[in-house]
Design a protein around this ligand. Structure first.
Ligand code: AP5
Ligand code: MG
Length: 189
């Protein structure tokens, strides 16, 4: 069983690589951004609340998110394992995830950190914004997402480093090269 986390700043390629890794190893891809967006599209009361946070590029509060996550994990349980994309994103969420894994008798195998500079990430997201339809793919909100990443998400790298789970990958290479480098690291786990 392989239970992974992939993180990195907005535009680092988390979704792109998570999809490839999930396919390669038969894992369930769990993207918090995606399931939150699905809730928004459903236009439920919860979705309407979530939308305000996503539109501004700030973190959706845990009280709106944790139950959704737990339900999705239950529904999509897969004996081969998971790859979490975009979760956890704060110190508090690392503890929530640790509890969820424990409740389900699961262990984290590794945490992949895609490293990328803001200039390259901005370029990718502005390009994607032309066709993505994502309300947060515009320069103002992208800059806010970077700020939130540095303040709230960056500090959790140390947490996984201390647990010797952190795998740093250069996210500025081509999609194919990044995927190859991740696979090389997974082989060592
Ligand atoms: P989320 O959906 O997770 O967005 P994000 O973290 O800002 O990251 P992106 O999805 O934009 O980028 P990515 O790293 O997945 O890159 P991608 O592969 O798409 O979160 C959105 C919002 O939801 C948050 O702001 C928050 O409000 C809420 N949220 C989500 N999780 C939450 C949580 N845990 N707690 C609270 N709130 C939460 O690639 C980007 C582009 O670049 C694509 O066009 C791709 O084709 C291209 N690309 C990828 N790799 C390469 C490469 N190597 N070379 C060239 N182009 C590339
Ligand atoms: Mg993504």
């Amino acid at each position: 069983m392989l239970n992974l986390i992939i993180f990195g700043p907005p535009g680092a390629g988390k979704g792109t690589q998570a999809k490839l890794i999930a396919k390669e190893y038969g894992l369930t891809h769990l993207s918090s951004g995606n399931f939150l967006r699905e809730e928004v599209v459903s236009n439920s009361e919860l979705g309407q609340k979530i939308k305000k946070y996503q539109d501004e590029g700030i973190l959706v509060p845990n009280e709106l998110l944790t139950n959704l996550l737990k339900n999705i994990i239950k529904k999509k349980f897969n004996a081969q394992g998971f790859i979490f994309d975009g979760y956890p994103r704060s110190i508090q969420q690392t503890h929530i995830l640790a509890d969820i894994l424990k409740e389900n008798n699961l262990q984290l195998t590794g945490a992949i950190n895609l490293k990328i500079g803001e200039e390259e990430a901005l370029k990718r997201l502005l390009l994607r914004g032309k066709t993505s339809g994502r309300s947060d793919d515009n320069e103002k909100v992208i800059k806010n997402r970077f700020r939130v990443y540095h303040q709230e998400t960056g500090p959790i790298l140390e947490y996984y480093q201390e647990q010797k789970k952190l795998i740093n990958i250069d996210g500025e290479k081509t999609i194919k090269q990044v995927a190859t480098n991740i696979k090389e690291e997974i082989k060592k786990l």
